[in-house]
Every structure is written in structure tokens, then in C-alpha cells.
Design a protein around this ligand. Structure first.
Ligand code: NAP
Length: 196
């Protein structure tokens, strides 16, 4: 299968995740321990460290990561966290807690990104932005694992289907074919690095 082209900085709003084959970006209770044992393409994290200008996330994700920064700390830009209750957050260096509408949060994030991309690290916020037409790209690394439960990339039971065009060369409506077989072991050579 032809891989996506490396990401480029372009002032885009990216909805960016490592996702399980069955569409989850976190396990039950925001579990992230499943994100090990996969091999990502070489320099993938460096690609996003270089092209990301700011990150926008939600309060639940922020509370889950317990102060750790994206890309193993290799990325140093501004982080914005949306919450309706900024009064009870613990301040953190480089993190701004916002209580505003999502479109305003995107304006703030893009201004801070300085021409690089704004990465949206939240299914909840991404869904709101999608409805407003404010997502430029959905950028996924689909991991060979089935979780069966957890936080879905897109959870909108009452919504209508959202059609997408594939970014890159070729027919934008083409189906991506993948073929897997079940295994009981992770790849012994996989470093367990994560993209997000
Ligand atoms: N797989 C990957 O690559 C990857 C990468 C990043 C994150 N993740 C995971 O993604 C999950 C995020 O989960 P999530 O989407 O369910 O939660 P979330 O967006 O992180 O948090 C939801 C909370 O954000 C606040 N919020 C959302 N929209 C708001 C708005 N318009 N105005 C004000 N506040 C708003 C609310 O907080 P209040 O209740 O405080 O108002 C809401 O309860 C986490 O488990 C994280 O680990 C996965």
C-alpha cells in the first residue's frame, strides 16, 4: 500500500491520531497502554515535531496524560486545553486553559501556531470542528489492533455520514485495502514509539 506523504506545515487544522483498526483512539477509561509494539514509519514523530505549531485538546485528555507533553517531550510549542471549568485546573508551563467556543479556540491556536499546523488531539473537539467545517485534514496512523471498546475517533450516533476525500495522488474516493491476520505476539522489533 502506498503510504501518505510526510506531513507539511501549512497552517492547517489537523485531527491527528494513532487509531486502532476498529476506530478507537483510546481504550476504556482513556487507556493508552495498547499503543505499544507497533512500528511507525521512520522519523514519523520528527515529522510532526517539525510541522506542528500548536496543539488543542480537551480537559479529559489533559487530565489523563498527567502533565506529559506530546511526542515524548520533543515538541515544545503552546498547548491549549478547552474546559468549561478553568477555575479548578492546575496551571502548567506552556498550557493555556480556554473556556470559549471551539471556533474561537481554533483561531487562538492557529495564531499561536505561526503558520505551522494546529493539531487537535480530541475526538470530542474534532467532532465539533467537523460540524463547523473547521477540520482541514484527518490524519491517522491506523494500528494493527482491535480494541472493541473505548473512545472512538468519531462518535455521533445521531449524525449523518461524513464523506471524505483521500489526500494525495490518485482517486480521492478510493477504498484503502488492508489485510491482517490475528497474532498473539507484538512484533519483536517494534520500538513502541507513538505518533501522538
Ligand atoms: N490515540 C492518539 O493518538 C491520541 C492522541 C491524543 C489524545 N488521545 C486520547 O483522546 C482522548 C480524548 O478524549 P475525549 O475527546 O473524550 O475528551 P477531551 O476532548 O479530551 O475532553 C472532553 C472535555 O473537554 C472539554 N470540552 C470539550 N469541548 C468543549 C467546548 N466546546 N468548550 C469547553 N470545554 C470543552 C470539556 O471539559 P469540562 O468537562 O472540563 O468542561 C469536556 O468534558 C483521551 O483519552 C486521550 O488520551 C489519543
Amino acid at each position: 500500500m502506498v503510504d501518505t506523504e510526510p506531513q507539511v506545515a501549512g497552517g492547517k487544522v489537523l485531527w491527528h491520531f494513532t487509531m486502532s483498526l476498529d476506530g478507537f483512539v483510546a481504550g476504556p477509561n482513556h487507556a493508552m497502554d495498547w499503543m505499544t509494539g507497533f512500528s511507525f514509519r521512520p522519523q514519523l514523530a520528527a515529522e510532526y515535531v517539525a510541522t506542528t505549531g500548536a496543539v488543542l485538546g480537551g480537559r479529559d485528555g489533559w487530565d489523563t496524560i498527567n502533565g506529559s507533553r506530546p511526542y515524548g517531550g520533543a515538541w515544545e510549542g503552546p498547548i491549549f486545553v478547552l474546559t468549561h471549568h478553568p477555575e479548578d485546573v492546575t496551571p502548567a508551563d506552556g498550557v493555556t486553559f480556554l473556556n470559549c467556543d471551539v471556533a474561537e479556540a481554533v483561531r487562538i491556536g492557529l495564531a499561536a501556531a505561526g503558520g505551522k499546523n494546529l493539531e487537535v488531539f480530541s475526538p470530542t473537539i474534532g467532532r465539533q470542528l467537523l460540524e463547523l467545517g473547521l477540520i482541514d485534514e484527518i490524519d491517522l496512523h491506523i494500528a494493527p489492533i482491535l480494541l472493541g471498546a473505548g473512545i472512538r475517533l468519531y462518535d455521533n450516533p445521531s449524525g449523518v455520514p461524513i464523506r471524505l476525500h483521500r489526500v494525495g495522488e490518485g482517486d480521492p474516493t478510493s477504498v484503502v485495502n488492508v489485510r491482517y491476520r490475528p497474532t498473539t505476539t507484538a512484533s519483536p522489533s517494534a520500538p513502541g514509539a507513538s505518533a501522538g
